[in-house]
Design a protein around this ligand. Sequence first.
Ligand code: TXA
Ligand code: MG
Length: 324
Amino acid sequence: MALTLLIKDVDEAARLLRAGQLVAFPTETVYGLGADATNSKAVDALYRAKGRPSHNPLIVHVPDSAAAFALTRASPDAVTLAEAFWPGPMTLVLPRAEASAIVPAASSGLPTLAVRVPAHSIAHALLVAAGRPIVAPSANPSGRLSPTRAEHVMASLMGRIAAVLDGGATPVGLESTVVGCLDGKVFLLRPGFITRDALEHALDRPLDEPPENREATPLAPGQLESHYAPRARLRLDAESAAEGEGLLAFGPAAPAHTGPTINLSPTGDLTAAAARLFDALHELDATGVSSIAVMRIPETGIGYAILDRLRRAAADRPRDSGGA
Ligand code: TXA
Ligand code: MG
């Protein structure tokens, strides 16, 4: 595929998806790389375009809860969470329905299926126009930073996908909270914008521990691999940046620095910081610095999800392997 189109027309994007092509589109969290979940050639092409290991399952995106529950077997807890947070930045991992048009490769052959109902108006319109479930991992090569702008997708997947549907910057900026609802338990698989507190408040009880038996109910496999890696090394909990480093600051007390500097939120607002995180890392990385000093982020509320992404990005990693 030689050319990747940058488009604004939802119907054109839906036509391409129905024809088995790969199309990136905005959601409220990050840009997703869409493919027809019922077309095995399209799903295989998606794994290849991302360089994603086939054992790391995908999230199926649908326009409403009814469509999500037609593909799965929802527990009462799952219904409670769907009522509280869909449409929105939450993914539920549920047992797959017995009969389903979703190709097995979409969920890496697992007996479970991850489903999500995005709130973004363009994503919703696209899902309605496509008229079929769409798998969509974050639209980045496996192991790299997630994209929050169409330009991020173009920069990393140009020539490997048919089109990018441009909807501007994504408002939440961090991937969905992934919640398992399996075997009567409800557990967090990936922290996100919907916090543990919010989930527990909706359920009116504490979350369960993720099950030990990973054979029967595997943890989000993508969470086991290194990812969110910028080219530059990250140095967390930094109090100042050295010469030659980039500085990712947070809050009003940022240290003075003459090199490339971005403050995630000068007022110390964690929601604003989440929305800016990946874009800031993309931008600092593009300056060519070999290291980025990251100021301390408070581990409360959405700070927990921000730190999850930063720690993964900072971890030692084998290059170009694994990741989501
Ligand atoms: O916000 C989001 O969730 C974005 C947008 C595009 O919707 N998508 C996204 O997809 O972040 P991806 O593929 O980058 O991350 C999906 C995560 C991975 O950690 C994967 O392992 C996990 O969900 N997952 C998917 N299906 C699963 C399943 N059946 N069981 C356990 N984990 C699953
Ligand atoms: Mg990802």
